[in-house]
Design a protein around this ligand. Structure first.
Ligand code: HEC
Length: 150
């Protein structure tokens, strides 16, 4: 929920991992002002497209039975939840349109790219949380109306 906090050497010393700053609760959907998230795969074009930047909802990444719903990102790079976390952990590709929320502490050459240094426990917890955002009645059942109350 909260942005990560880095020391000047880029070590994460607190905060969260910041997903909610772009994928905004309760729908974990678009922040209309998000920029590129470091995915710059080519689709049907010879040129990198850095303008496909709207963060989609994180709901229904998986089917109610836990299987992936489909490949993610505009270029459909992966349906693997660990691979998605690898991207945000230390796989972000620098580019001219990169959202500043994905940078680390500023160095002599400008802001560094974030390295979240996710622990195995954090990965397990974030993936488990993402999997709670699916269901057959997730948009209609009162029970799911507030993801922060059980
Ligand atoms: C700076 C804003 C930003 C932050 C922070 C961010 N994302 Fe994203 N996210 C995006 C954008 C933009 C896309 C769309 C990229 C694309 O389509 O290529 C996206 C796409 C995704 C997708 C693919 C969704 C789909 O259906 O294709 C997943 C999953 C995802 N983000 C998970 C996360 C997680 C987990 C975190 C936290 C570790 C996170 N994001 C942090 C902006 C952000």
């Amino acid at each position: 929920m909260t942005p990560p906090d880095f020391d000047p050497n880029g070590n994460r010393i607190g905060g969260g991992i910041g997903c909610n700053t772009c994928h905004v609760a309760p729908e974990f959907d678009i922040d209309p002002n998000s920029l590129n998230n470091g995915v710059i795969d080519l689709i049907n074009s010879a040129n990198e497209d850095l303008t496909l930047t709207h963060s989609p909802t994180l709901r229904d990444l998986v089917k109610p039975n836990g299987d992936a719903n489909g490949a993610t990102m505009h270029s459909a790079i992966s349906s693997n939840r660990n691979a998605i976390l690898n991207h945000y952990n230390n796989g972000i590709v620098a580019n001219a349109n990169l959202d500043p929320r994905l940078t680390g502490p500023p160095g002599p050459n400008g802001p560094a790219i974030q390295n979240l240094q996710l622990s195995q426990q954090e990965r397990t917890q974030v993936i488990a949380f993402l999997e709670t955002l699916s269901g057959t009645d997730v948009d209609t059942n009162q029970k799911w109306s507030d993801p922060f109350i059980n």
